[in-house]
Design a binder for this molecule. Structure first.
Ligand code: SD4
Length: 321
């Protein structure tokens, strides 16, 4: 078996940090990138206060939680994905399972749910009281007043490299808050929300799916790394190029944030917003949460301060009024 001299894992947002910590132990113990990614995504899906992924995820405009998830193995190139699925406890596990199927590996809605239940996946009511309260508040503040409700969306995307040299990526999200029933973003779309190639590296995206998918950003980042760019160069240039192109040809660009890692464990992050955070750990880098900001065409990041972390925790658990 091929061996790699290093390991690493990187994820969008602060919410993945506990999962990254747990994955660090796994990857050091020579567990697979696949297990590290799935277990880390599951932790985010299961935590009710993360309101954009899994249990506790925010609902669509009719108050129904519809979830998207995907998994890709960068060695076998297996991809599995689910979209618009309701009331299945861990969409990422379903995506992983679907990645083992020769056919029908990307399933949506009712069909995906029926297959999941027939194959032993846990049914769970994914709408929490808190998410319902967020929904009612949003209705009061936006729709009831004729304003656009589309904001608030954070996908977890996690890329990992293991000591055998396998590279995997997984995503999970409730998508755009107040989306139309049936709306699907970039997160379950190969090449857009995620991509992994064990010869090169992996990338994953978060932000406005409708715009991220216009640039197939994750594939593009991996492609650029494969042509010799560092992960940071590949991430930054891909975000900058897509943003510029969208503004020029489409008139505007939504939120675009990405993280990536290469097979040597070097990582990169880029964004066109100011408060994008990411979590990372590698053989050379202890588990850390970074906050990004954009300076000109560059994305700079600094370690999240204790004050920032406290404020974050207070915000996600604060009563909804
Ligand atoms: C989507 N890209 O469904 C996802 C949402 C997201 O940060 O990542 N938001 O469009």
């Amino acid at each position: 078996m091929m061996m790699n001299s290093t390991w690493g894992i990187i994820a969008t947002w602060r919410m993945a940090f506990d999962g990254i910590n747990a994955a660090t132990t796994r990857l050091q113990r020579e567990e697979s990138a696949e297990t590290a990614v799935i277990e880390a995504v599951k932790m985010v899906e299961d935590y009710p206060f993360y309101k954009s992924v899994g249990y506790g995820g925010l609902p669509n405009e009719e108050g129904v939680v519809e979830l998207d998830a995907a998994f890709m193995h960068g060695t076998t190139m297996a991809v599995g994905a689910v979209a618009s699925i309701q009331d299945i406890a861990n969409p990422i596990m379903l995506a992983q399972r679907l990645s083992q199927e020769r056919f029908n590996s990307f399933m949506v809605g009712e069909g995906a749910k029926a297959w999941a239940l027939a194959n032993g996946f846990e049914q769970k009511t994914m709408l929490t009281e808190r998410a319902q309260q967020h929904y009612e508040k949003k209705c009061r503040e936006t729709i009831d007043q004729g304003l656009s409700p589309y904001s608030g969306h954070d996908t977890v995307g996690i890329c990992a490299v293991d000591l055998k040299g396998d590279i995997c990526v997984g995503t999970s999200t409730s998508g755009l808050f107040m989306k139309r029933p049936g709306r699907v973003g970039d997160s379950p779309l190969s090449g857009s929300g995620f991509y992994a190639d064990s010869d090169v590296g992996a990338a994953t995206a978060t932000g406005l799916g409708e715009d991220l998918m216009k640039g197939c950003v994750s594939y593009e980042i991996v492609r650029r790394m494969g042509e010799g760019m560092s992960p940071q160069q590949a991430a930054e240039s891909t975000v900058n190029d897509l943003e510029a192109k969208l503004i020029k040809r489409y008139g505007r660009a939504g939120d675009l944030s990405v993280v990536c890692i290469n097979k040597s464990g070097d990582f990169g992050a880029a964004t066109n917003i100011d408060n994008f955070s990411f979590s990372v750990a590698t053989a050379k880098h202890e588990p850390t949460i970074y906050i990004c900001r954009r300076e000109g065409k560059q994305t700079k990041y600094e370690v999240a301060s204790p004050e920032w972390l406290d404020a974050y925790q207070a915000r996600i658990t604060a009563p909804i009024v």
